[in-house]
Design a protein around this ligand. Structure first.
Ligand code: ZN
Ligand code: ZN
Length: 151
């Protein structure tokens, strides 16, 4: 099987792919099987996996103990290998919130300087990217679009 998984949490070693049901235009439907790191309960989760640089996000909630883990998933744009990431933290959500705080702050500074300086520009990144190298040697990235300045 062509599964490559990068695991932030090594307790999730037991991931396997049960089925590969439907392809639609941009997403592949997969059923993931794994075990809860807290109580060992066997869990399955149906996910619709997009092709990189887009990635999907789901929350895995244990039916035994209620522990919640975020799953991020994407496919290699060349060979469609599945990449999975697990985290206790909503990483894209945190990136977006942090960038939102930053752009709000810059916007407020811009407002307070209006009329006092001719131009006040601060570069703000459009996206946060993580680069991956697939076993097929394709190098690709996953992107989190970040909030823009209100202008
Ligand atoms: Zn559990
Ligand atoms: Zn690949």
């Amino acid at each position: 099987m062509d599964i490559c998984s990068i695991q932030l949490d090594r307790q999730y070693r037991f991931i396997s792919l049960l089925s590969q049901l439907i392809w639609d235009d941009v997403k592949m439907h997969k059923t993931l099987e794994c075990f809860c790191p807290m109580c060992g309960q066997e869990l399955t989760k149906d996910v619709d996996v997009p092709i990189a640089p887009v990635f999907g996000q789901d929350e895995l909630i244990c039916s035994g103990c209620g522990d919640a883990t975020y799953i991020f998933h994407t496919l290699c744009p060349k060979c469609q290998s599945l990449y999975l990431f697990f985290s206790d933290i909503d990483i894209p959500g945190e990136m977006t919130r942090l960038a939102g705080t930053y752009t709000d702050l810059i916007s407020k500074i811009q407002e307070s300087l209006a009329g006092k300086v001719q131009k006040f520009e601060v570069p703000v990144p459009r996206r946060w990217s993580a680069r991956l190298t697939c076993t097929c040697e394709e190098v690709f990235s996953i992107d989190v679009p970040l909030p823009r300045l209100k202008s």
